[in-house]
Design a protein around this ligand. Structure first.
Ligand code: ZN
Ligand code: ZN
Length: 568
């Protein structure tokens, strides 16, 4: 099969078919985790080749064999068997978004439908609502999902998540450096865009040789030497651009900025009668210039070096801020950590040790609140037990452990746990985990109420999006930000590669309102602490300064700033 995306698609189908066939939950979960692992591992080929798959967390002997078989043969006996065992039409039905395989099974058993067309008919005839657990609203949603599936265009593969693209890029860059003495990542990935369809580099010298080097790699699908291009999958292209030492700056800047940024630079150049070589036909009175470095090019236009994340348009009012933009090294505490008390996989002590090993001075334990049943929200008696455990771990730990919660924002905008309990936490994150589909007015009212509560809170993964899977919730974001600013709360920039939420396009609106930020990890295991980089990239894209991020502060100050009830 020799292609990671196909392996992960096959594992995803296995998980869906297992869930559909009512296999035990742990088994379904194991396959889902395998998808996650395969999607994020940098070099699956090497791991398969050296028989080292089992070193990955969550991959046991069975899964390791399945992945090896998929990689080596392109098919799986287990998957074929699963497909054959299910009722007719199952493989089609599980492609329907907005319905879990478990619920689809109820539909198949209850209505005898064997295709999406038949399911649509059942919805239209109002038969779905007669089944236990299915209401009018679900029926309507299902009908819409069937319509979307039937009207779908030719399949456009999903773009690649930033995290995965960066991991792949790091590996490929090593390969490029075997044959090119100098390379520079450019394009949307260098700008930190949340999802990308292309990895691009500028290389010193010509591109055919580096491309031939890449062609040797199993993760490269095909190479088009004449176009300077390769494909890692149909969804992910790779582009190489040649440059020499004298015009390096010209090529790199042109290939990094978005259209609006380049247009702004062109404008400044024209004012100064500079024509940048390779940027299109120069005006007759302009002097043609080549720049060896990006810095020289920017300096010639009277600009400081613009951080790559901000090369979308050009906000000249921000030029003085560039050296104050937050960096990953500024972060001193891991905020938003789950443990085995809710849906995390690591203990309090393990999380504290891992955060310390990463150079942190504190972490906040914020497990789910009781209404999050699916995530084993922490009930009041278990909360007492957790606080005792935190106290015990704290005694032997060099870093400060703050007692927190990720409290559900309920449908009416209230928070989970009574106020008296909330006030006892060191930190409260308030997030939406259910009922994402409320209409705009109701959702806005829900959030405005939650954000207006006088208790200090951090708005967790604000718009609830899951990249490539779930759109942002519909609400009046400025109104919610106004409410949060009024109650002096903070906003989380969630680093989970699938969330990256608050979306960076909303960050300037929060900054204007002087709302502070935390760059959080939302970690569900010690491994999950490694994501800080992605949230920091989003913060930088939004132009967030070090001084605007609460967890750049030392432990004492941070704890004082986020205490749920604050003096004054
Ligand atoms: Zn959450
Ligand atoms: Zn969380």
């Amino acid at each position: 099969m020799q292609n990671t995306n196909q392996v992960s698609a096959a594992l995803r189908e296995m998980a869906a078919l297992l869930e559909f066939s009512k296999a035990p939950k742990f088994k379904v979960k194991a396959y889902r985790r395998a998808v996650e692992v395969v999607d994020t591992v940098a070099d699956l080929a090497a791991l398969v080749e050296h028989g080292r798959l089992e070193e990955l967390q969550g991959i046991g002997a069975t899964l390791s064999r399945q992945i090896e078989e998929l990689w080596n043969t392109g098919s799986s006996q287990f998957l074929n068997r699963l497909r054959n065992e299910q009722p007719e039409g199952t493989s089609e039905l599980i492609q329907l978004e907005s319905m879990t395989p478990r619920r689809l099974r109820v539909l198949v058993d209850g209505l005898g439908v064997h295709s999406i067309a038949q399911l649509r008919e059942a919805c239209a005839d109002e038969r779905v609502r007669t089944l236990p657990g299915f209401g009018k609203k679900t029926e309507q949603r299902l009908l819409e999902a069937c319509d979307r599936w039937q009207n779908r265009g030719p399949e456009v593969p999903l773009p690649t998540l930033l995290s995965k693209a960066l991991e792949r890029a790091a590996l490929l860059e090593q390969e490029l450096l075997r044959v090119s003495e100098r390379v520079q990542l450019v394009g949307a990935l260098r700008r930190g865009q949340e999802t990308v369809r292309e990895l691009a580099w500028v290389v010193l010298g010509e591109t055919p040789e580096p491309l031939r080097q890449l062609a040797k790699l199993p993760q490269v699908l095909r190479v088009e030497v004449e176009h300077g291009r390769a494909y890692l999958s149909e969804a992910l292209q790779l582009q190489l651009l040649p440059a020499n030492a004298a015009n390096w700056g010209n090529v790199v800047v042109l290939a990094t900025g978005n259209e609006a940024h380049i247009a702004a630079l062109r404008g400044l150049a024209a004012e100064r009668r500079i024509a940048i070589q390779g940027w299109g036909s120069p005006a007759s009175n302009a002097v043609l210039r080549a720049f060896a470095t990006e810095q020289e090019l920017y300096a010639s236009l009277g600009l400081p070096f613009v951080p790559a994340e901000l090369r979308r348009g050009l906000d000249e009012s921000r030029l003085a801020d560039f050296d104050q933009l937050v960096t990953e090294q500024d972060i001193r505490g891991m905020v938003h950590c789950h443990t085995t008390y809710s849906d995390g996989r690591s203990s309090i002590a393990e999380m504290a040790d891992a955060a310390h090993a990463l150079g942190m001075q504190y972490l906040t334990i914020t497990d789910h609140s009781p209404s999050a049943h699916y995530a084993h929200g922490v009930s009041l008696d278990r909360l007492k037990q957790q606080w005792d455990e935190i106290a015990a771990v704290q005694e032997g730990s060099p870093i400060r452990i703050l007692r927190g919660t990720e409290s559900d924002i309920l449908a009416d905008g209230g928070l989970d746990y009574p106020d008296s309990v909330l006030e006892g936490f060191d930190v409260v994150i308030a997030s939406i985990h259910a009922r994402h589909r409320m209409d705009r007015a109701a959702m806005t009212a829900r959030l405005v109420r939650a954000m207006s509560l006088p208790i200090f809170k951090i708005w967790g993964h604000g718009l609830g999006r899951i990249l490539n899977h779930r759109d942002a919730i519909d609400c009046d974001v400025p109104a919610v930000l106004d409410a949060l600013a009024g109650s002096r709360g903070a906003i989380e920039l969630n680093s989970d590669p699938q969330r990256l939420d608050l979306p960076p396009e909303w960050i300037p609106a929060a900054r204007e309102r002087k709302i502070p930020f935390v760059i959080s990890v939302d970690a569900h295991s010690t491994r999950g602490l490694a994501v800080l980089r992605y949230g920091t990239l989003m913060a930088r894209r939004g132009g967030v300064l070090r001084a605007e991020v609460l967890n750049t502060e030392l432990a004492e100050r941070f704890a004082a700033l986020v205490r749920p009830t604050q003096a004054g």
